[in-house]
Design a protein around this ligand. Structure first.
Ligand SMILES: [Zn+2]
Length: 351
């Protein structure tokens, strides 16, 4: 395998990305546009994107920040809405009719960054879920229990043992993506569920287990939610990523400014947009499965979303490069994953 020097794949997509909002789009959009074609945009702004009108306005703000050398067909933001207790079936219909909103994201209230507006009462969201099931709008799930008495490393398992079966029993044909699956239990749930249930996996959860959080001291830049899990969990994710068509890349690249990561109570989220594909290559190469790369990053997600197959190709080369210590982020900076380290692979810019 070490003799592989170059890999050519169809343009990759990212089915889970946090751009944040102004004044950060100037810096976050170019990172994503440099690597990905279709990018599913998470709606957890402050305030969250709860209406189609807000999603379309956000889409315009993102498009204004696409670098001039990126062709229109090479970068396509796919919008999502933030599900609340008050999301109406009418809003779901409006979202569908817009042609730009593909999914609605369920954050259990209090589960992660900017989730305070999230769902508190599952009974209240049933009319919206039933409308989504009818219209083919996807439900994206941040699958973690918000019961603070549940161990932080077991909150994903708890969610997939309780809440998710309940949702699917009420809406058996709802198309769902279990976002950023991190545990063997979560992955097994998706494997056993019907063909309407898929999952994303991040690049950093494929490369790292929870030891990364504590290597040589506490490492806040490896802190994200759901939190990194054990090595057996990582091995299970890798196996699903290379072998199972239900699993595809969603980077969950989630920038926070340096001061909000390196402080007494640091925010959850890893910034990986600068090298997401390279991280997947590293993880797959380590188990001798570079053959699965294109399926995982370029094909399966689009297929599940009913989007056209990717067009255009990208080339990765085995070419060591030093990951910068930080990147600009509005008037602040963001420290990327692997800052200061040497990466083995590099995604070449588009020709
Ligand atoms: Zn996320």
């Amino acid at each position: 395998m070490a003799d592989v020097k170059e890999i050519k794949i169809l343009q990759p997509d990212d089915f889970h990305h946090h751009f944040r909002d102004e004044p950060y789009l100037e810096h976050t959009v170019p990172h994503a546009a440099a690597a990905f074609c279709r990018v599913l945009v998470m709606p957890n702004l402050v305030p969250p994107v709860t209406t189609t009108a807000a999603a379309l306005a956000y889409r315009e703000r993102i498009l204004l920040r696409v670098p001039a050398n990126v062709k229109k067909e090479d970068f396509i933001p796919l919008m999502t809405l933030y599900l609340t207790d008050n999301t109406t079936p009418e809003e779901i219909l409006t979202a569908k009719q817009s042609g730009h909103v593909y999914a609605v994201k369920l954050y259990p209230a209090g589960a992660t960054t900017n989730s305070d507006y999230g769902v508190t009462d599952y009974e209240k969201i049933m009319p919206a879920l039933q409308k989504m099931e009818e219209l083919g709008i996807l439900l994206l799930v941040h699958g973690e229990s918000t019961d603070q008495s549940v161990d932080v490393f077991e909150r994903e398992q708890s969610f997939y043992e309780t809440v998710m079966p309940m949702i699917l029993s009420r809406c058996p044909n709802l198309r769902c993506v279990c976002e950023h699956i991190t545990s063997a239990a979560g992955a097994s749930f998706v494997e056993k569920a019907g063909p309407n249930v898929a999952a994303t996996i991040t690049a950093h959860h494929l490369c790292h287990n929870r030891n990364a959080l504590f290597k040589g001291g506490i490492n806040p830049h490896y802190y994200c939610l759901p939190i990194l899990k054990t090595e057996p969990d990582r091995q299970k994710l890798l196996k699903c990523a290379v072998d199972n068509p239900k699993f595809f890349l969603g980077t969950d690249s989630a920038p926070h400014s340096l001061d909000k990561k390196e402080c007494a109570c640091g925010c959850a989220g890893c910034f990986t947009a600068h090298m997401s594909i390279e991280l997947v290559v590293e993880a797959f190469e380590a188990i001798g499965r570079l053959d699965a790369l294109e399926d995982f990053v370029s094909k399966r997600g689009a297929a599940f979303y009913g989007l056209p197959a990717a067009s255009g190709t990208r080339v990765l080369v085995r070419e060591p490069w030093k990951v910068p210590e930080n990147y600009p982020f509005g008037d602040k900076s963001v420290r990327p994953l692997r800052a200061g380290e040497t990466a083995a692979w590099k995604l070449r810019p588009r020709l």
